[in-house]
Design a protein around this ligand. Sequence first.
Ligand code: PGA
Length: 260
Amino acid sequence: MEIIIQPDAGQASLTAARIVAKTVREKPHAVIGFATGRTPLKLYEQLVSMHLEDGLDFSGVTSFNLDEYVGIEPTHPASFHSYMWHNLFSRINIPKERIHIIDGMTPDIPAYCRHYEAAIKTAGGIDVQILGIGKNGHIGFNEPSSSLSSRTRIKTLTEATRLDLAEEFGGLDRVPHHVITMGLGTIMESRACVLLAFGASKARAVARAVEGPVTAMMPASVLQMHPRAVFVLDREAAGELELADYYSWVYEHKPDWQKY
Ligand code: PGA
């Protein structure tokens, strides 16, 4: 794993944007996995600027999103469809037909999940998967106790996660209980994973994911088994890492050819 600690969320987001941009420049038909939530907002702003100002071209890119709420229409303001169109897709030149966001209204969830997994394979697999992390260590909506080899499927949100989402839905009672999410096994097949975490509220989950045991109780810890997982953190989110100084030294002394 590579642990990159930046002074603030803005600089960490720029680092993550450079990783995505490098992938897209080197492979114009790259497949990018996108995440939602508050954390990647600055990353998406950076990608929009790179598109508008530096001509970063998304016309050949295919995208897959991690998850969506069950029973929420794509037009609902808190849906991940709305989030992605508002924050990224309407502002870059990715073709609509190459965008894949899970349909939370599907009448046949198991068949739909199989179809989503097959679509990822048909597209050639995900080159870079962007991830956030929940305070309980979830990635996507793989809540604690998710199988480390799980595939895209329905999951039930924990109360803690529903509480974190209450503001977006205008009250806890409006937050759905069910979601469809890529599984940990699905995420692990991405060629690279870039996990972003900002703020002290994520420090414990980050430390357990990076330095704790690999366990289904801390789903992000499965990334310890990934050959190319990069954690991009601000100082606060890195606050409980035992080897923080070591990670910073390694990053500062990276040879030029390895830099993003
Ligand atoms: P957040 O969510 O970016 O809104 O903190 C992260 C997550 O739950 O994965």
